[in-house]
Write a protein that binds this ligand. Sequence first.
Ligand code: AP5
Length: 199
Amino acid sequence: MNLVLIGPPGSGKGTQASRVAQACAVPHISTGDILRRAVAGGSMLGDAVRDSMSRGELVSDEIITDLVAERLADLHATTGFVLDGFPRTIEQAYALDVLMEERGHLAVVELNVPDEELVRRLASRRTAEGRADDDEEVVRERLAVYHRSTLPVIEFYRMRRTLLSVNGDLPPEQVTERITLAVDPVFDKYFDRIAGPIE
Ligand code: AP5
């Protein structure tokens, strides 16, 4: 199970990556979570990315690619993973190609959610959890960055016929079910394991 979840801010990448990773017993690698921990811990990495993150901009391809390369290097070549938040530029997609050499098939699932629902979810998380980049103005910038830098990545995988599109505008358990159905032909040997715990 080598799976990438792509989608705009608030589309449910983190929620779904966590559910699928747990069901398949593979690591969930979230670049956003790793960076937020680094910022909270005051590490050098945190200092380097704090400003870009608070403005809703992407951190540099070099930083993020090194970070993902490090995480994948810690995994055995046959251990699968669910990646959430990477790649989000064409340069990162090329870097992932290199990292995937001898790691088997990669499935890419795109979560589709209308903009008004994204804005509603992020505003409600802002109130509930106080995540700084859920501020209305920063959310606008994150959406603009997604359109500018990440939509080309979706096209890149669509052209390669690796892209699976899933409706993310449904209750979380139904989205998980659709992801597992979408990847079933790709990862059929995992299907029983996925279907079990998620019910
Ligand atoms: P990251 O943490 O990846 O932020 P994001 O892409 O903006 O995504 P979110 O975490 O806001 O949303 P999500 O799609 O994961 O949805 P979630 O499950 O949380 O990145 C943060 C920042 O780090 C970036 O802006 C950038 O600066 C930097 N960064 C990270 N990766 C990078 C990279 N590769 N390159 C460069 N920079 C990078 O759900 C959102 C909310 O909706 C939650 O409250 C959830 O409970 C709710 N929800 C989820 N699913 C549903 C549902 N089905 N129905 C109703 N509510 C739902």
